[in-house]
Write a protein that binds this ligand. Sequence first.
Ligand code: G6Q
Length: 553
Amino acid sequence: MFMNKLISQSHIWNSLKNHQKYLAPVQMKDLFALDEHRYENFSIEACDLLLDYSKNRLTKDTLNLLQQFAEKVELNSWVKKLFNGELVNNTERRAALHIALRNRSNTPIIVNGKDVMPGVNEVLDRMRKFSNSVRDGNWRGYTGKHIENIVNIGIGGSDLGPAMVARALRIYQHPRLQSYFVSNVDNSHLGDILTKINPETTLFIIASKTFTTQETILNAQTARRWLIEQLGNDEAVAKHFVAVSTATKKVTEFGIDPVNMFEFWDWVGGRYSLWSAIGLPISVMIGMERFEELLAGAHKLDQHFATAPLLKNLPVLMALIDVWYSSFFGTTSQVILPYDYTLKLFPAYLQQLVMESLGKRVTRDGNIVDYATCPVIWGAPGNNGQHAFYQLLHQGTHIIPTDFIVAIESHYDLSEHQDAVLSNALAQSHALMMGRNLEKTKQNLLNMGIEGEELSKQLPHRVFPGNQPSNTILYKKLTPEILGTLIALYEHKVFVQSVCWGINPFDQWGVELGKNVASTLLPALRVDTHNNAHDSSTNGLLNYIKAHRHSVL
Ligand code: G6Q
């Protein structure tokens, strides 16, 4: 299977390895002391985003080597392949054309000899008409009432993107409408929401690319049954259910008329699909005009990505820095810290985008890599994290590259709060970089009147090693356009990392495995007999559940 050499066998990889050995003991605070223009030299502004990457463990030499690395892996040619609709998803033999969904310039994009743009525009047009009719009250429920609740039923890529965007842009939502996102098959998710909504004023959007996903179909069936029971007639379904899918036949079999179905295509990956009809809950909630602003923001970033030189290119820079840490410093996680509460769901959204795309250990050629690839992505809104897990960042044993994502202004007129948010964000990235050495800590303790034996005891606990790397991304205010730009930034960053590591970011065989095994143990749970067909742990757990479930019933 070894067709090509791994990138780790290249000269440039070796140079980066040696360079890391040289930089490993270097303190960022010394780099700042040596270069009073470090901020100017290591920050860029593009697409209304400012990226300050000066608080990273790198120098101009590092960037030059990383640029050579990007050239070695032929990054520019891969970007062209992506934008030209080539089959970059090689294991599924598909293009990955999320850029077509937001191609506001409307230039033709050809897949299998056919321009995809007319189809994209047609679906956008249907979304516009449908969203308008729900919002202006022309679309009525079965009993003639206006729609007030939008319940999206979907999971993974058919949930995380729209849920994150709907939350982030809540300030723009229609005053009559409330959105809910049901993903988990645990009945406490759907069950809880059904207690809050009125069937007469509820619209269910069943979002599933394949329309076979166990969780989504079971939730959709239950919601459908509930609605018919509540409204007393199965004709009500046509007024309360729409579907978003690539699978017309399955949607029809489920009982949703294809006129109420919004189409997308196999060249749209689940986790890249919020720009497609999967964004329907977004366009209904905030209106099509705002949804198109989201698309426009992403398109702006697409153009920047396709044209800016490597070291002036936001996603390229961020990706190269990540590769630098994962593959050369051996970091194993990255933390995402939005200092913008509206981005509450952004870390969870990025967990899927990054880890489902890059959580791979085999190259496109089928070789097993001998270097580290995707880090574990985690995070939470910044201020909350400060009172919880930041301890690990300040004094733990790991190097954890951090993205501070910071809004300069908020949508709410509470400037005192915004100043507090901003000062916290800047103070944290500063403290993580600077740390506090033994001398300063000692002085602090002496100032506090702690001396002698007590001082010696306290000292090691109060030292902060610092040198924790971070990026800071600043934007003025989280508008739909800025959010589109920000999401596209991370999407393309992931693509660049995949090129550096030689892996396909658009398949997800691990997730497919989960789907295949999802129903395998259902029959065992539904019979009363003792289980012994599996490994002893699975048998033991099954039998324990059955014994205790029966005893409760
Ligand atoms: C995304 C993944 C996965 C997928 C869900 C839902 O890239 O493939 O998260 O989106 O499993 O799949 P369906 O949309 O087909 O229900």
